[in-house]
Ligand binder design. Structure first.
Ligand SMILES: Cc1cc2nc3c(=O)[nH]c(=O)nc-3n(C[C@H](O)[C@H](O)[C@H](O)COP(=O)(O)OP(=O)(O)OC[C@H]3O[C@@H](n4cnc5c(N)ncnc54)[C@H](O)[C@@H]3O)c2cc1C
Length: 467
């Protein structure tokens, strides 16, 4: 039986879910409110410059994301380090210190770098190693772990404020989009265990060699078309209604069941109703809470607001000459977190285009551009001495207010799985219960999980029947 499936939301989660369902023979319709696919990973033009809404990187351990790139036929458009190497710069230092892995198995692969990591004292380096060994033993799936803050756990394991800022947060802020004190220990343990403490190659860093839209959105549109899916961009879904009657909620088999007598769902967009057998809702949390029929999730109203959002700000700096030799650099003892060379991706000819990525940017997201420029250009010049000679040709800012959900302690209880209590209605999105922080990998995993649940659900689940 060919099932008619609506996928609402064309970010990485929706793209993955839609492709999986189309590849399995479903008749898929993707509804995306914006004019393009790709969601939080998108690009725009500023004159001749191709600009991303924010720098994105991935790690070698992001296997689901890498398999999506292969499915989209764009795996050759990313760069993946053969071996982890992070240059770390402090203000005024002539040279970066390097965090590199060796050929040794994890966790010894980082030992040589850590022993030489000058931003920490020798005692701090030893204590770091002991805490890292203890972090390997933390169970990220335990609710008790999720209730704890990462910062609190680090302090209980001998980490000074300085060590937290100079090493743990160097990786943690960018991957969690949170300072250690505000982050769930579960999510932090997942990031460090998956990335740094288990498999030596896992944290090799990857990035796109093209603008994000050329990596995700446009290839996805082409692939979905080739797989027989229909993509409706510029269409905002306003409601989801079970077909053939009012929604009821009851309790059966230990869970709430919502459904209708007629079977399937109606997807309501401006002026149109589309009838489908099943729906994957792959929108951000606030939109999901608005669209989900009552009683679909065991969460009390307002859950999406409690899950919250954290901004990421990118400062875009176009210079008349190259000032950074490496593809990226991380900052220590400076408000500059990570700086990326965007020259190739942007199509800039002559000069250099840098993006300064600022995560956990609650205190910066409303700062005017002029103030950000006045504060950050001197900080950048202190990190990159060649910048003192350079002329800034352009400076602009992108602000993503809801870049990720807030990965605070206790968040796990607010992240629902793919299967809802409404038959035929599934959830996807980086914010759902993937165990990962809000990342591209999490988004792709969630989309794959929703498609798998949909495809495995017994055909007798359609039509949905009120119990
Ligand atoms: C600046 C920035 C930097 C980041 N850096 C990284 C990084 O380095 N590495 C990493 O792994 N991750 C990073 N992330 C996170 C990553 O981009 C996201 O986790 C991921 O893209 C989320 O995908 P998604 O499909 O779950 O959600 P989204 O991308 O939010 O997709 C949801 C889609 O639903 C659509 N939609 C909403 N409501 C409706 C409606 N009613 N009807 C129809 N469509 C609707 C939206 O328009 C959107 O396209 C970053 C995010 C940002 C913003």
């Amino acid at each position: 039986m060919t099932r008619r499936v609506a996928v609402v939301g064309g970010g990485l989660a929706g793209i993955t879910a839609a492709l999986r369902c189309a590849d399995a023979g479903c008749q898929v319709i993707v509804f995306e409110a914006r004019q393009w696919l790709g969601g939080l990973t998108h690009s725009f033009h500023r004159g001749a410059l191709r600009v991303d809404n924010g720098q994105h990187v991935f790690l070698r351990c992001c296997t689901s994301y890498l398999s999506l790139l292969r499915r989209l036929g764009v795996a050759d458009r990313v760069e993946l380090q053969p071996r982890l190497a992070i240059p770390v710069r402090a203000p005024g230092a002539q040279r970066p210190v390097w965090l590199r892995r060796t050929a040794l198995p994890a966790p010894l692969h980082l030992a040589a770098s850590l022993l030489r990591y000058q931003p920490l004292s020798i005692l701090e380096r030893v204590r770091f190693a002991l805490a890292a060994a203890a972090l390997r033993r933390v169970d990220p799936r335990s609710p008790a772990t999720d209730e704890q803050s990462f910062g609190g756990w680090l302090r209980r394991h001998g980490q000074s404020d300085h060590a937290i800022a100079a090493l743990w947060e160097l990786v943690g802020v960018a991957t969690l989009n949170s300072r250690a004190d505000q982050a769930s220990l579960s999510l932090a343990a997942t990031v460090f265990q998956e990335g740094l403490l288990t498999d030596a190659a896992a944290a090799d860093i990857g990035w796109s060699r093209v603008a994000l839209r050329e990596l995700h959105g446009d290839p996805a549109l082409a692939c979905l078309g080739a797989a027989g899916a229909e993509v409706r961009t510029g269409v905002t879904v306003r409601g989801l209604e079970p077909r053939g009657g009012g929604l009821t909620a009851g309790s059966a088999g230990g869970g709430l069941i919502a459904g209708s007598a007629g079977g399937g769902w109606q997807v309501i967009s401006d002026g149109a109703r589309t009838t489908v057998d099943r729906v994957i809702l792959a929108v951000p949390p606030a939109a999901a809470e608005q669209l989900l029929p009552p009683c679909c999730l065991p969460l009390s109203p307002g859950w999406s607001q409690r899950l919250g959002g954290v901004p990421i700000v990118n400062l875009h700096v176009v210079l008349d000459r190259p000032v950074l030799d490496e593809p990226f650099v991380a900052g220590v003892d400076t408000p500059v977190q990570w700086v990326f060379d965007r020259t190739v991706q942007s199509g800039l000819e002559g000069g250099q285009y840098l993006a300064v990525s600022l995560s956990a940017a609650d205190d910066l997201v409303d700062t005017p551009t002029a103030a950000l420029r006045a504060r950050f250009l001197p900080e950048l010049a202190a990190l990159l001495p060649a910048m003192r000679e350079a002329r800034v040709r352009d400076f602009f800012v992108t602000r993503e207010r809801q870049a990720t959900f807030r990965p605070a302690p206790g968040t796990a209880a607010l992240r629902p799985p793919a299967v809802t209590a409404a038959r035929g209605l599934f959830l996807a999105g980086a914010w759902t219960a993937t165990g990962w922080p809000a990342t591209m990998e999490g988004a792709v995993r969630s989309g794959a999980a929703a498609a798998t649940a949909l495809l495995q659900a017994s055909p007798t689940d359609v039509p949905a029947v009120a119990v």
